[in-house]
Ligand binder design. Structure first.
Ligand code: AMP
Ligand code: ZN
Length: 437
């Protein structure tokens, strides 16, 4: 396979060249950070009162971590490093885990961000002949405008369809010959189920690729979407604190996500000890933004669990690859003392063909104990009202889950289309346990 690069020099730069670049950009980031109320105090306390204190990349570790809590404390302007007249846009995080946080951009920041998104899209083999339907929320969420600008930068025809309105989505695909879409993996699964229901077949579409991200999903979910729609699915990772999409992306090798290290420095730490994890992971991803002036953020604890692959990628890019994000440190459920990530459940049920595209995890208290219920929809291949067949399926799901997660769940089968649909990030876990327990 021949691989295409958007910015060949930078994407295949030597490690030494990349580190020299990072050092220079890190000093710039510190210079900007020192102009913000938050970091002026935080960095000086750590003995970093000027960018010259950063002599080597190892000095990064002298900078204290920044947390979501810090960003909230600094709301609204504690992290702004330039005069407000120079700010041209703001975005805010989805606030799924609390109050939103705000990121500001100047014109150059937006250009740099767009460059990273364009590079990401191009790495999947797209070009100006593609028709790109951006099926994700526009507005304060970064996925809409971020991908939109990146797509236009490449010269693709961009359809700003936004999220939701499923039937209209595949009408647009048919009318304009959409070749690439961007959506959350859960919305892609929903679109596919709806298409089947309305008799739209693969042959009616020109679709070749999808970018799926904004929420964790397993390799089995990727395979399921790829098989159902006969397309290639690429994992897209980003977060508003680091601009949004275009932080890390899969290339055509689909073997880990290249972290664009000329824009972001990645570290993996143990979330308990805060020490670096040897061998690159697994652990919590910490990111430093090197490509934004208006809102510098240094050593941000993402809470996302990942790690770095060893060795080079066959595509020739030298930027290190992250593992698929397994979940967030704050996603982890403790069920009767056993640690469980929702992604472990997803992995099992998405690999079972008889199970439909949607599921929900419910945790409740039953007396002193925790009770885990996994609700799934039946797959299209299950054409039966025979309760014996359904009970057997339920039992098979239960056993397969138990073997994998070591917890004995209750399994409920639901009709197709009856579990809640999510247009944005899916909320798969309902933890109904009292919070103070
Ligand atoms: P937001 O700031 O609202 O864009 O949310 C960013 C968060 O979404 C990240 O910190 C991750 O927890 C999650 N996320 C984004 N992309 C992915 C992905 N490809 N895989 C797993 N989680 C993701
Ligand atoms: Zn690669």
């Amino acid at each position: 396979m021949t691989y295409q690069y958007w910015n060949p020099g930078m994407e295949t730069i030597s490690r030494r060249g990349l580190e020299a670049w990072q050092l220079e950009k890190l000093r710039c980031a510190v210079r900007h950070a020192l102009r913000t109320p938050f970091y002026a105090k935080r960095l000086k306390e750590a003995g970093i009162d000027s960018p010259e204190r950063i002599k080597t990349l190892d000095d990064l570790r002298r900078i204290p971590f920044t947390t979501k809590h810090d960003l909230r404390e600094g709301f609204p302007y504690g992290f702004l490093s330039i005069p407000k007249e120079q700010v041209v846009r703001l975005h805010a995080s989805s606030g799924t885990t609390g109050a939103p946080t705000t990121i500001y951009f100047n014109k150059e920041d937006l250009m740099r961000w767009t460059g990273f998104v364009a590079r990401s899209i191009y790495a999947t083999g797209c070009n100006r002949t593609d028709v790109f339907q951006n099926m994700i929320t526009y507005g304060l969420f970064t996925g809409g405008l971020g991908f939109h600008a990146g797509g236009e930068e490449i010269g693709m025809l961009v359809i700003p369809s936004g999220a939701g309105n499923t039937t209209r989505q595949f009408r647009l695909m048919q009318d304009f010959g959409t070749t690439v879409v961007h959506a959350t993996p859960s919305f892609l699964l929903h679109v596919e189920a709806k298409m089947r229901e309305e008799g739209v077949t693969r042959e009616n579409l020109k679709l070749r690729k999808a970018f799926a991200g904004a929420e964790p999903y397993s390799e089995d979910t990727r395979k399921r979407i790829e098989e159902l729609l006969a397309i290639d699915v690429y994992n897209s990772y980003g977060l508003s604190e680091m601009n949004g999409p275009g932080v890390a992306f899969e290339c055509q090798c689909k073997n880990g996500l290249h972290l664009w290290e000329d824009g972001y420095i990645g570290e993996i730490i143990n979330p308990e000890t805060l020490e670096p994890v040897r061998e690159g992971g697994p652990g919590e991803l910490v990111l430093t933004c090197l490509c934004r002036e208006a809102t510098p953020i240094l050593r941000y604890r993402t809470r996302d669990l990942s790690g770095f692959y060893n060795g080079p990628c066959a595509c020739g890019r030298t930027h290190r690859r992250l593992y698929r994000i397994k979940g967030r440190t704050d996603d982890m459920l403790i069920i009767n003392g056993v640690n469980l990530f929702p992604s472990q459940i997803e992995e099992v049920i998405m690999s079972m063909k008889e199970v439909g595209n949607n599921y929900l995890i419910v945790v409740e208290k039953e007396g002193a104990l925790d009770r885990l219920t996994v609700q799934t929809e039946v797959g299209p291949a299950v054409f039966t009202d025979d309760s014996r067949v359904l009970n057997a399926l339920k039992e098979r799901i239960r056993k397969t889950l138990q073997a994998s997660i070591t917890i004995n769940p209750k399994v409920e089968l639901h009709e197709r289309g009856s579990l809640p649909i999510f247009e944005g990030k899916a909320k798969r876990v309902h933890d109904k346990r009292p919070k103070d327990v």
